[in-house]
Design a protein around this ligand. Sequence first.
Ligand code: AMP
Length: 145
Amino acid sequence: MSLHGDYDAQNIFAKIIRGEAPCYKLYEDEYVLAFLDLFPQSRGHALVIPKQAAARNLLDIDADSLGRLALATQKVARAVAEELEPAGIQIAQFNGAPAGQTVFHIHFHIVPRYEGQGLGVHAAQKGDEADLKVLQERLAKRLAG
Ligand code: AMP
């Protein structure tokens, strides 16, 4: 998939929004959804997506949706910082397959970075389900508070 093209409503994140596929949900409102990445680059790796914008990438999305998405990304990053106390947090967003995009519904990655760990870009392994559940509970509770 290139940078340009039509939005495919059958992509996995669209299915998650419609409730047709599961996720480890962290936060949701009318406009955005945040959940844990199933193949985390680090412990607590989260994704934030717009619910109403059928946008593949940063070039497609309307200004209102982008604004809400950015604010939600900040909200989730703050919760990750407070709850998991990483040494740093990487915010990433890829546009087009050559840039590393694999799911063509715009999303921001929130990747906590811990001292002594590398800067992996794509994890080869699925996250441990028990740990994803623990992280979901902790972060969702903090985001609700
Ligand atoms: P990108 O490479 O920026 O398109 O990132 C897509 C991300 O979505 C990757 O980090 C994947 O691990 C993640 N991912 C793919 N399918 C799912 C899913 N069903 N639930 C959660 N994360 C997913």
